[in-house]
Design a protein around this ligand. Structure first.
Ligand SMILES: [Zn+2]
Length: 239
C-alpha cells in the first residue's frame, strides 16, 4: 500500500471530526492533495459504517478522477466537487464535507450563515450553493447525461449532474477570494445538504468545518435568545 502516512493521518482526522460532532452518520467526506498531485479521497459508504474507518477506506485518484490506488470502495459521491476545488485552487490541499446539524439548518433554507463569532470572521459569511435536485435528475432521465463519470467515483448520472450544476456556483463564489487561501481556508454550504470547508492542509479544512458548524450553532442560539426564528419551510427555493 502506498501513501501510508497520509492514510493514517486521514483516519486520525476522521476520529477528531467525529469527536467534535462534525462528522455524523448522515454523510460527509474528507480528502487531501498528496505531494505528487494525486488526491486521497474518502470512499463511499463510510457514514453507513458510523465512520469506523481504516487506512483501506481511502482511494487515491488522479486529478481527473482516474484510479491510482484502490484498497476499498470507490470515491464518495461528492468527489466531483472535491476534484473541481483542487483544480481551481492550487493552494487548497484539504477538504472536509459534513452534514453537521446547525450548518444544515441554514442550508435547508438556502440561507447564508452569518458570522456571529470572531472565529468565523476569518472565513466570513458562508454562502449557499443550490440546485433543484429533482429537476436536474428528471432532465438526466429524459435526455441522458452530459457528463462522463470518471472511473474512480461511485455515482449515477443524476447525482453526478447535480454536482456539476453546483460546481460552477461554488467556483464563482470562491474565485474572487482565492488570494485568502494564502492565509486561511474558505467554506460554503450546499442547499438542503451540508457544509464544505477547504484549507491549505487537511487539518485546516477540518478546523474550518468545525468553525462553520459552531458558528452556525451560535447564530441559531443567538436567534433563539433574541426572539426566535420567523419561519421554517421545507424547500423554500423550489417548492
Ligand atoms: Zn453529503
Amino acid at each position: 500500500m502506498r501513501y501510508t502516512t497520509e492514510r493514517e493521518h486521514a483516519v486520525r482526522t476522521t476520529e477528531h471530526l467525529k469527536r467534535w460532532d462534525v462528522l455524523e452518520p448522515g454523510g460527509g467526506a474528507l480528502s487531501r492533495r498528496l505531494d505528487d498531485g494525486n488526491i486521497l479521497m474518502a470512499c463511499t459508504g463510510l457514514s453507513f459504517r458510523w465512520w469506523d474507518v481504516t487506512v483501506d477506506d481511502f482511494i487515491v485518484l488522479d486529478p481527473d478522477g482516474d484510479i491510482v490506488e484502490q484498497t476499498g470502495a470507490l470515491g464518495a459521491s461528492g468527489t466531483p466537487v472535491h476534484l473541481a476545488l483542487y483544480r481551481e485552487f492550487p493552494a487548497c490541499h484539504g477538504i472536509v464535507h459534513a452534514h453537521s446539524p446547525h450548518a444544515l439548518a441554514f442550508a435547508s433554507l438556502g440561507a447564508e450563515i452569518p458570522s456571529v463569532t470572531n472565529q468565523l470572521d476569518t472565513l466570513g459569511t458562508i454562502a449557499c450553493a443550490s440546485a433543484d435536485d429533482l429537476v436536474v435528475k428528471q432532465r438526466v432521465a429524459r435526455e441522458g447525461s452530459r457528463h462522463p463519470i470518471p472511473p474512480g467515483i461511485v455515482q449515477g448520472p443524476g447525482p453526478y449532474a447535480v454536482n456539476m450544476e453546483i460546481v460552477p456556483q461554488i467556483l464563482d463564489t470562491l474565485r474572487p477570494r482565492a488570494a485568502e487561501l494564502d492565509r486561511h481556508g474558505l467554506g460554503f454550504t450546499i442547499y438542503r445538504h451540508g457544509l464544505m470547508a477547504i484549507g491549505r492542509t487537511l487539518d485546516e479544512a477540518a478546523n474550518n468545518a468545525h468553525r462553520i458548524e459552531s458558528g452556525a450553532r451560535a447564530a441559531i442560539l443567538q436567534a433563539t435568545l433574541a426572539g426566535g426564528l420567523s419561519q421554517v419551510r421545507t424547500n423554500p427555493l423550489y417548492a
